[in-house]
Design a protein around this ligand. Structure first.
Ligand code: THU
Length: 136
C-alpha cells in the first residue's frame, strides 16, 4: 500500500490547488495557502486583489478567516505556495494575524516547482506584540 502523504505534502497540495483560484490581475503574483487544524481539517485560500489595491487579501488570511468563521480555533500548521523560483514568505500583517490565532506553529513554504522550506511563526515574527501585553 502506498504511504500516506505527509501533513506537509497534503498542505502543499491544497495550497497549490487553491493558488489556481488566485485573483491577482494587478500584481500577477498568484499565491495559495492551506491551514491544518488540530482535529485534522484543512482550510485553503488564495489571494484576492481589488482595484483599490489596499483591500487586497492575502492567501494566508483568506484561509485563516475561512477556518475561524467556521468555528475552528486550534491550528497545527500553515503552508504558503507562491510564485516564481524564490520561496514566498508570509507578509507582515499575515504573520501578525497568524500569530494571534495560531501561535508558534510550523510554516511550510513551497514553490510550484517543488522547492520547500519550513520555519516557525515565532522565527518569522520575533518579539511579537500580542494579547499577553493586554493581560489576556
Ligand atoms: N501575497 C499573498 O497572498 N501572500 C503572501 O505571503 C505574500 C503576498 C499576495 C498579496 C498580493 O495579492 C500579491 O501577493 C502581491 O503582493
Amino acid at each position: 500500500m502506498p504511504n500516506e502523504p505527509s501533513r506537509e505534502d497534503r498542505l502543499i497540495g491544497l495550497a497549490t490547488e487553491a493558488r489556481k483560484k488566485a485573483i491577482a490581475p494587478y500584481s500577477n503574483f498568484h499565491v495559495g495557502a492551506a491551514l491544518l487544524t488540530t482535529d485534522g481539517l484543512t482550510f485553503s485560500g488564495c489571494n484576492v486583489e481589488n482595484a483599490s489595491y489596499s483591500l487586497t487579501m492575502c492567501a494566508e488570511r483568506v484561509a485563516l478567516l475561512k477556518a475561524l468563521s467556521e468555528g475552528h480555533r486550534n491550528f497545527e500548521m500553515v503552508c504558503v505556495v507562491g510564485q516564481g523560483e524564490r520561496i514566498t514568505t508570509p507578509c507582515g500583517p499575515c504573520r501578525q494575524l497568524l500569530w494571534e490565532f495560531c501561535g508558534n506553529i510550523p510554516v511550510v513554504m513551497a514553490t510550484v516547482d517543488g522547492k520547500r522550506a519550513t520555519t516557525t511563526l515565532g522565527t518569522l515574527l520575533p518579539n511579537a506584540f500580542d494579547s499577553s501585553f493586554l493581560g489576556k
